[in-house]
Design a protein around this ligand. Structure first.
Ligand code: SAH
Length: 340
């Protein structure tokens, strides 16, 4: 039988396991402290556990963070990209960015993705599987272990669509708080625009930030870039964002990847103005990372487009180009490592 991995389990879950195997629940708290406070993952070194319990644990359990099988560091800005392999052999990417106020980690929520955005490498082979909350915690643990520093902010903007893995992502957010001490206000979830998921999220009473990948203000153009727009058209999406703000008081960020000739034209600025002016918003402009399998090209107008949006009275910034020297649009490192 495969050993059960205890990494990522919270205090309550560890206590329940102790009860199951005929131990006192407080042993669960001791193991919890070893794993998360002392970062000791070898049962033998958990000094206050009796030998009989260590034997039992070694037989049926393990504490594993998975394995970082590739690491790329940008020599200019210090951004690090990790390729993490889980015990079942599946791989995901996480990206660690350094800021003056701390470290921010971009994590994956699925292996692959089913959303099929035409410019994105993560979705090229479809979704392989969801990540569990524990596996998302493993991404954070590895980044902290490798960097020797705490992660202060998390963005769910790596591979996968977090709202297509709703329950595990909610469990991850709660555990990131309890186990790693990362508060909800320091977590941002990015979605391609699954309206029912946004509405469900608004009802969770969380304080996390919401980012929505807009990429075009025009329904037809957006649907060409993002098939999800056919199911949830732009007006419905904007209403859900408005309601999210009303409910949570948190301004929505709109991500906007600039693609040459597709969404960087003057008419796009004018339509964005109609859509967003007077509504609480922030636009995060992302220069496209070229993905070899697609024929989209990076816009040559990034600075000009940002200036035009500001002139139109909109709140827009250009995303810092983290890791441009380690290249790789999200999902490419995994594909390359797999030869797909
Ligand atoms: N599924 C979620 C989160 C993952 S993608 C979402 O769609 O928001 C995180 C962001 O990167 C999204 O805005 C996505 O559209 C964008 N993105 C994907 N591929 C990209 C590429 N090749 N270049 C630039 N941005 C990209």
């Amino acid at each position: 039988m495969e050993k059960k991995n205890l990494y990522g389990l919270d205090q309550k879950q560890l206590k329940a396991i102790m009860k199951e195997i005929g131990e006192k629940p407080f042993r669960g708290s001791q193991i919890y402290d070893w794993i998360y406070k002392n970062r000791v993952y070898d049962f033998k070194n958990m000094k206050n556990l009796p030998a009989s319990l260590i034997d039992k644990l070694e037989k049926d359990y393990t504490v594993s963070l998975g394995e970082v099988i590739r690491k790329q560091k940008d020599p200019e800005d210090g951004t690090v990209k990790y390729l993490l392999e889980y015990p079942d052999g599946e791989r995901v990417e996480s990206v660690l960015m350094k800021y003056p106020h701390g470290q921010s980690l971009c994590i994956s929520s699925q292996v692959g993705c089913n959303m099929g955005c035409t410019f994105c490498a993560s979705g090229l082979g479809g979704k392989v599987r969801n990540l569990t909350a524990e596996e998302m915690l493993m991404e954070v643990a590895n980044a902290e272990k490798d960097s020797g520093e705490r992660v202060s902010n998390i963005v769910l903007m790596g591979m996968g669509e977090p709202l297509d893995n709703f329950d595990e992502v909610m469990s991850f957010i709660k555990k990131a708080n309890e186990i790693l001490g990362i508060g909800q206000r320091h977590i941002t979830l990015s979605t391609c625009g699954l309206v029912p998921g946004i509405r469900k999220l608004a009802n969770q009473d969380l304080q996390i930030g919401l980012a929505v990948s807009l990429h075009s203000p025009f329904q037809e153009d957006r649907a060409k870039l993002m098939p999800v727009a056919k199911a949830y058209p732009v007006p419905e999406l904007m209403q859900a964002c408005e309601d999210y703000f009303d409910k949570t008081g948190r301004r929505v960020t709109f991500e906007y990847t600039l693609i040459d000739g597709k969404n960087d034209r003057p008419e796009d600025v004018a339509e964005l103005k109609k859509l967003l002016k007077g509504h609480p918003h922030h636009i995060n402009l992302i220069p496209l990372n070229d993905v070899t399998e697609t024929d989209h090209k990076r816009s040559k107008n990034v600075n000009k487009f940002a200036a035009e949006l500001k002139k139109a009275g909109l709140n827009a910034t250009i995303r810092r180009k983290n890791g441009s020297n380690i290249d790789a649009a999200c999902g490419q490192l995994r594909r390359n490592s797999r030869g797909i």
